[in-house]
Design a protein around this ligand. Structure first.
Ligand SMILES: Cc1ncc(COP(=O)(O)OP(=O)(O)O)c(N)n1
Ligand code: 3NM
Ligand code: MG
Length: 208
């Protein structure tokens, strides 16, 4: 199945100097659905300053600006939504905090967790990690079968994440992932982030 599959960028774990410029060039390289700000162990006041710097760059390009882990801060800082994992705020509570804003929920390799997330009001569910990744130590690996069955049976869009790159993404697109969430393959691309985005978009478009 090759229904529309879009790109969802996740920021690098540590923002390099001049990330604004890199971010703008990545967003201008092609169609991007969302950018998730994912920074760990950053105090709230610093995170707020970073959000204030990055959010306009993203939202002015009609790309959704999502915050990882913290729905309350997402609301307070004008983000378009938040992503929560199984050990972050429970999805039901996150939905209450976010109101109509976008809610994404990590579901590892579990359609059961995804059903629960859907019942709690998730706008998308995320399965992963599909491939080894150095961006973080994934707690679990996911199977393409999980994604395929979800995409065939359920309406709620699914995101595939974890070690995805232009060379390995085709089976995920064929399985029906509505979004591919990527970090390392874009920010670490040898020819720059814009080239990383273009390589991913070419690989997605090539799936038939
Ligand atoms: C799109 C997307 N999918 C999964 C995750 C992982 O979330 P979580 O399990 O809460 O782990 P951390 O990212 O917080 O380390 C994600 N962030 N985004
Ligand atoms: C943030 C994150 N969550 C994952 C999960 O499996 O839940 S894997 C992952 C890292 C995504 O970055 P990259 O594209 O560089 O592998
Ligand atoms: Mg989290």
């Amino acid at each position: 199945m090759t229904a529309d599959c879009r790109l969802y960028l996740i920021t690098p774990p540590v923002l390099p100097a001049d990330f604004e410029h890199t971010l703008a060039s990545a967003l201008d390289a092609g169609d991007i659905a969302a950018l998730q700000l994912r920074l760990k162990n950053v105090p709230e006041d610093e995170l707020l300053r970073i959000i204030d710097r990055l959010r306009p760059i993203v939202q002015s390009r009609e790309v959704a600006f999502l915050l990882n882990d913290d729905p309350a801060l997402a609301v307070k800082s004008g983000c378009d939504g938040a992503h929560v994992g199984q050990t972050d705020m429970p999805a039901k509570e996150a939905r209450k905090v976010l109101g109509d804003l976008t809610l994404g929920v990590t579901c590892h390799n579990s359609r059961h967790l995804a059903m629960e997330a859907g019942e709690a009001g998730a706008d998308y569910v995320a399965f992963g990690a599909f491939f080894p990744t150095t961006t973080k130590e994934p707690p679990e690996m996911a199977e393409i079968y999980t994604l395929r069955i979800w995409a065939e049976m359920m309406e709620i869009p699914c995101v595939a994440i974890g070690g995805i790159n232009a060379e390995n993404c085709a089976p995920l697109v064929r399985a029906g992932a509505e979004f591919l969430a990527v970090s390392g393959t874009v920010w670490g691309h040898q020819d720059g982030a814009a080239a990383g985005v273009q390589a991913m978009l070419r690989a997605i478009a090539a799936v038939s």
